[in-house]
Design a protein around this ligand. Structure first.
Ligand code: AMP
Length: 186
């Protein structure tokens, strides 16, 4: 977890690679659907372009289908999900059903001005439709309103690892691996 631009996607791949599990990014799945013009993509795009969350029902169904895939049978890392309380509850139900457990929640903490700068930079290099300045600010607001409170929910369960997300990518990865007590082969 962490605000948009905290580096979740980048770090998610490293963690998933290490554990040999898929990194399931709801944002990536939505973007793939948008570019393929599927009905899901058409629906999601309206919300994404405005910096709003795609409705829970749509998002939950998509995640449920994805973790049903064979490659997720032995575990998975979620990137960008859950983002609302309804999604937390849905995820609880899903993992109970599959017999998995929630091993940990990695929260990347970053300064908000640094984030806006990162996102503006990404807008130049990747040209994402939701990386304009107004949308960036709206996405930060939505995160604070809807997603930040979930950190407390997970803290009460004792599964949260709060990691300083500022600095070089490699340093952040090391902090995460240290927190997860991962032995890294270099
Ligand atoms: P991301 O790449 O994770 O920043 O996600 C990009 C956009 O996809 C978000 O701004 C939302 O519009 C949508 N999205 C991704 N994950 C979720 C989610 N868990 N719930 C609702 N909308 C989501």
């Amino acid at each position: 977890m962490g605000p948009p631009g905290a580096g979740k996607g980048t770090q998610a791949k490293f963690i998933a690679d290490h554990f040999g599990i898929p990194a399931i990014s709801t944002g990536d799945i939505f973007r793939a659907n948008v570019s393929q013009g599927t009905p899901l993509g058409v629906e999601a795009k309206r919300y994404m372009d405005a910096g709003e969350y795609v409705p829970d029902e749509v998002t939950n169904r998509m995640v449920r289908n994805r973790i049903d895939e064979p490659d997720a049978a032995h575990g998975f890392l979620l990137d960008g999900y859950p983002r609302t309380l309804a999604q937390v509850e849905e995820l609880d139900g899903m993992i109970k059903f599959t017999g998995h457990e929630l091993d940990g929640v990695v929260v990347l903490t970053v300064d908000s001005e640094e984030i806006v700068q990162r996102l503006l930079q990404r807008a130049q290099t990747e040209g994402r439709a939701d990386d304009t300045e107004d949308v960036i600010r709206r996405r930060q607001e939505v995160y604070v309103e809807q997603t930040q409170p979930l950190i407390e929910v997970y803290k009460e369960r004792g599964v949260v690892h709060e990691i300083d997300g500022l600095g070089e990518v490699d340093d952040v990865t090391k902090r995460i691996f240290d927190a997860l007590e991962v032995v890294r082969e270099s």
